[in-house]
Design a protein around this ligand. Structure first.
Ligand SMILES: *Cc1c(COP(=O)(O)O)cnc(C)c1O
Length: 503
């Protein structure tokens, strides 16, 4: 890469990096450049290119925190150079992690004695947390089967087909068969009755979700606990429950304190939560806590004792940054129970406002429930002419990123839009979003349908969209054909990427 220097500048070289004048050839994409460039040039080049990323605050697809207080940003910047794994060098950071684990375990009603420390660990996110929880269940199950002289080569776990992709990853990476309870139209979470029916002697755990990624709905963990207790008694098993509370773990304790979903239920042995979702920390922190020491097989734990006290570690990664742990502790002490409750109540209030605004248009069916994670999932009442994918696409013009996706098995024919309401999604933004959605819907009324297949109230699937546009392109000019194809492939990209990958 050539960064030209302005030869007319005398007495020192002034590098300028604005593309049209000074960066004369393509930026390195495959090989490391031969020569160095000035730091300000590198900065400017990358900063310019990043302008084309979406605006995180307008990214309504994600649960992950996009705003923190400047004081916390300062703490984060100050600890960017601390490797979390160096526990002997940074004992205070380790201590903050342990305090966070205790705080979360108590929030989830772990049966801890006075002064007893909780069993848990900070992770990169819920995905790592869930892998660790899954590994603990697998190992516990294997130990038991071995002791009984029974085969231990076919472990399985039971989930709803609405599971987040990370259980699918766990199943494949660690060779556990995933048995999924199918959904049905109008019921988009795991049915505890069907789940317990699927449990057999090889089931390492049943995994429930507190805040389904697709609709924000809480699964009925209490009913699951009761039904499974009964089955365990009949069969002489002790099949446990894991709760994936990635998004709901910081909602339920504040908004629905009487809802029993956590360690108050005896079969719940481990819970994960994403610190970077409603824990209100930037991306890069999750937590897993176990009910008691007995629920985490000791052979999975590596003990480090150079702190003077025993420091057990159980993670998949070694090195990682400390900032997120420090930021989590900041939020806990800065906000306290009162502060978290207030934030979550505001999120719920804005969710209600958004839902009512969408209902008033008369065009949408609300798929999310009143109780759950603050999000609105909604489908089109009539998608015979236009689909939610078109609406998602059109909202991009206003800067909004609102994903559209199809539901998993057996409700694939339902396609929805989803808006996650985070702390930084204010009432003002909610008002604008509603008015922009109304504009998009009105505009689409004036446009010709891209769908030829009539599918009553059922939203067109990707295949229908693809085939209808392929049918159309033959009759129109080349340039229009290209546009159609581009739109189709973009929709397809959104669906492929988002239907199981929304985070
Ligand atoms: C986000 C999410 C995950 C994955 O969590 P990360 O913290 O992004 O790794 C898992 N399960 C559910 C229900 C989620 O919402």
């Amino acid at each position: 890469m050539v960064i030209s220097t302005m030869s007319s500048e005398r007495g020192g070289q002034v590098n300028s990096t604005f593309a049209s004048r000074y960066v004369r050839n393509a930026l390195p994409k495959f090989e490391m450049p031969e020569t160095s460039i000035p730091k300000d040039a590198a900065y400017q080049i990358i900063k310019d290119e990043l302008m084309l990323d979406g605006n995180p605050r307008l990214n309504l697809a994600s649960f992950v925190t996009t705003w923190m207080e400047p004081e916390c940003d300062q703490l984060i910047m100050a600890s960017l150079n601390k490797n979390y794994v160096d526990m002997d060098e940074y004992p205070v950071t380790t201590e903050l992690q342990n305090r966070c684990v205790n705080i979360i375990a108590n929030l989830f009603n772990a049966p801890l004695g006075d002064g007893e420390t909780a069993v848990g660990v900070g992770t990169v996110g819920s995905s790592e947390a869930m892998m660790l929880a899954g590994l603990a269940f697998k190992r516990k199950w294997q130990q038991k089967r071995k002791a009984e002289g029974k085969p231990y080569d076919k472990p399985n776990m039971v989930t709803g087909s609405n599971v987040q992709v990370c259980w699918e990853k766990f199943a494949r990476y660690f060779e556990v068969d995933l048995k999924e309870v199918k959904l049905s139209e109008g019921y988009y979470v795991m049915d505890p009755v069907k789940a317990v029916e699927m449990v057999d002697e090889n089931t390492i755990c049943v995994a429930a979700i507190l805040g389904s990624t697709l609709t924000g709905e809480f699964e009925d963990v209490k009913l699951l606990n009761d039904l499974l207790t009964q089955k365990n008694k009949e069969k002489g098993w002790d099949t446990p429950i894991h709760v994936d509370a990635a998004s709901g773990g910081f909602i339920a304790p504040f908004l629905y304190p009487d809802l029993e979903w956590d360690f108050r239920l005896p079969l719940v042995k481990s819970i994960n939560v994403s610190g970077h979702k409603y824990g209100l920390v930037y991306a890069g922190v999750g937590w897993v806590v176990w009910r008691s020491k007995e629920d985490l097989p000791d052979e999975l734990v590596f003990h480090i004792n150079y702190l003077g006290s025993d420091q057990p570690t159980f993670t998949l990664n070694f090195s990682k940054g400390s900032s997120q742990i420090i930021a989590q502790y900041y939020q806990f002490i800065r906000l306290g129970f009162e502060g978290y409750k207030n934030v979550m109540e505001n999120c719920m209030e804005n969710t209600r406002f958004l839902r009512e605004g969408l209902e008033k248009t008369g065009r949408f069916e609300i798929v999310s429930k009143d109780i759950g994670v603050p999000l609105v999932a909604f489908s089109l009442k009539d998608s015979s002419k236009h689909t939610v994918f078109e609406i998602s696409d059109s909202l991009r013009k206003f800067g909004w990123i609102v994903p559209a996706y199809t539901m998993p098995a057996n409700a694939e024919h339902i396609a929805v839009l989803r808006v996650v309401v985070r702390e930084d999604f204010s009432r003002g933004l909610a008002e604008r979003l509603i008015s922009d959605i109304i504009k998009v819907v009105k505009e689409s009324d004036t446009l010709p349908s891209r769908i030829s297949t009539k599918t009553a109230h059922v939203t067109a699937t990707v295949d229908e969209v693809v085939s209808s546009s392929e049918g159309r392109v033959k009759a129109v000019k080349k340039s229009v054909e290209e546009i159609e194809q581009e739109i189709t492939s973009r929709w397809k990209g959104i669906v492929d990427g988002k239907k199981r990958g929304v985070c």
